[in-house]
Design a binder for this molecule. Structure first.
Ligand code: FDA
Length: 394
């Protein structure tokens, strides 16, 4: 028996943040919308995000906080559906929230509230959700897209790719968006794990003995620098500052860490005058966790009292502590990456509508696209904004 084809105005592939937002907006504009996902529940990444409280946006959203081959691409969507727009929606549902740090907004309660809000928005738009359905085939002819999924077939003049990137495959993440994009002649910018812990080997493996220690640092990779905490792990380095620079890092690149970013130049020489009998380790311990102070002092290798050191030596020590350089031997990969840098190339998409320039009716949104935000709610804001832009255009 051949399956009959159900007709819709738009089919959205992927029931994550971007897909649900797009479907809700298009549905509420009067379109018949179908959302298909192979997962058995919608918005799984929303549910685990922000430690279960979902860091749903950031007060500091700006295009320069996104990585993309085309840094201008995200501007239009981000300016038409802003953090304030999402906050207004959250407020309409009386979801309590708070700013944690650096403009990051979290639910007071549970991330489930965000998923429920998006599902209610979909409901109001009459959106049909089909979950737990593997997509078997996508074809395009006579200006219609036909999607075979599970035992069913559906067709529509508009198809939205919202299946995200390959980060955290254990949760059902796949590179499906890229295969589909290529099928329709779109290019894909090499996907790389981002917002991911970095691993250390050789001399730098010394830090692995500090597993569990964290300190506020400035970490930089090239011109990108982030003043946040770094966390030593049994495999290398993590924590917000390291996750942030990991998005800019490529194999072979050097990372620099300033362990005492608040210290003025010549602080060690001033300390030599004030506490000449102190050791370097004792001075470092005043501002750093004891185990880290011990490891750094041991590595620098200055024995005895600082009072006995030449000023030039102490300046050298300061420079090392302010710019500790190392080359990670890798990252923990897609298994641990919060997001993916790269993805469907923006050159083939309209920044206004997210529609493929050469394939009418085909849209790509969210993490599937080559737009990646900083840590701190920026990625969800891109999911909402790009989903909204496509939902308005369909
Ligand atoms: P998303 O990945 O959410 O959705 C894609 C959907 O497509 C999924 O439901 C998936 O099942 C489905 N799919 C995939 N392949 C398919 C296939 N072949 N067939 C059918 N369906 C398929 N961001 C942020 O701003 N604040 C935060 O607090 C966090 N926290 C966070 C924690 C963790 C642990 C991770 C892994 C990530 C975050 N993020 C985040 C990033 C954020 O989760 C991410 O940017 C968005 O979920 C992207 O939304 P999308 O809808 O584009 O993809």
């Amino acid at each position: 028996m051949t399956a009959t084809s159900d007709r819709y105005d738009a089919i959205v592939l992927g029931a994550g943040g971007a897909g649900l937002m797009c479907a809700a907006v298009a549905g509420q504009r009067g379109h018949r919308v179908l959302v298909i996902d192979h997962a058995d529940a919608p918005g799984k990444k929303i549910l685990i995000s922000g430690g279960g409280r979902c860091n749903f946006t950031n007060l500091g959203v700006a295009p320069d906080r996104y990585l993309s081959k085309n840094p201008h691409f995200a501007k239009s969507a981000l300016s038409r559906f802003t953090a304030d727009d999402f906050i207004a929606l959250v407020d309409r549902y009386a979801i309590a929230w708070h700013e944690k740090t650096l403009g990051q907004l979290f639910c007071d309660g549970s991330a489930r509230q965000i998923v429920d809000m998006l599902l209610d928005q979909c409901d109001r738009g009459g959106v049909t959700l089909r979950l737990g359905k593997a997509i078997r085939d996508v074809a395009h002819s006579d200006d219609r897209y036909r999607v075979a999924f599970g035992d069913d077939v559906a067709e529509a003049p508009a198809l939205v790719i919202a299946t995200g990137g390959p980060s955290i495959p254990k949760m059902g993440a796949t590179g499906f968006a890229y295969d589909l994009a290529r099928q329709f002649g779109l290019k894909v910018v090499e996907p790389r794990p981002a917002l991911v812990p970095l691993t250390l080997s050789g001399e730098d493996a010394l830090f692995r003995s500090l597993s569990g220690v964290s300190a506020p640092v400035v970490a930089s990779c090239g011109k990108a620098a982030f003043a946040e905490a770094a966390l030593f792990t049994h495999r290398g380095l993590s924590g917000p500052s390291i996750l942030q620079v990991s998005s800019y890092w490529r194999p072979g690149d050097e990372i620099a860490i300033d362990f005492l970013p608040r210290h003025a130049a010549d602080w060690l020489i001033a300390a030599k005058r004030e506490r000449p009998r102190a050791s370097l380790q004792q001075l470092l311990s005043a501002d750093l966790p004891a185990r880290l102070a011990e490891a750094l002092a041991g590595r620098i290798g200055i024995a005895g009292e600082v009072g006995a050191q030449r000023d030039a030596t102490l300046r050298d020590v300061e420079r090392r502590i302010a710019g500790w350089r190392f080359v990670p031997n890798g990252s923990e990969g897609f298994a641990k990456a919060e997001v993916t840098v790269g993805g469907i190339a923006t050159q083939g998409l309209s920044s206004q509508t997210m529609e493929a320039r050469r394939v009418p009716g085909l849209y790509a949104i969210g993490e599937a696209v080559d737009v990646t935000g900083w840590l701190g709610g920026y990625n969800f804001q891109w999911a909402w904004a790009s989903g909204w832009a496509a939902g308005q255009a369909i």
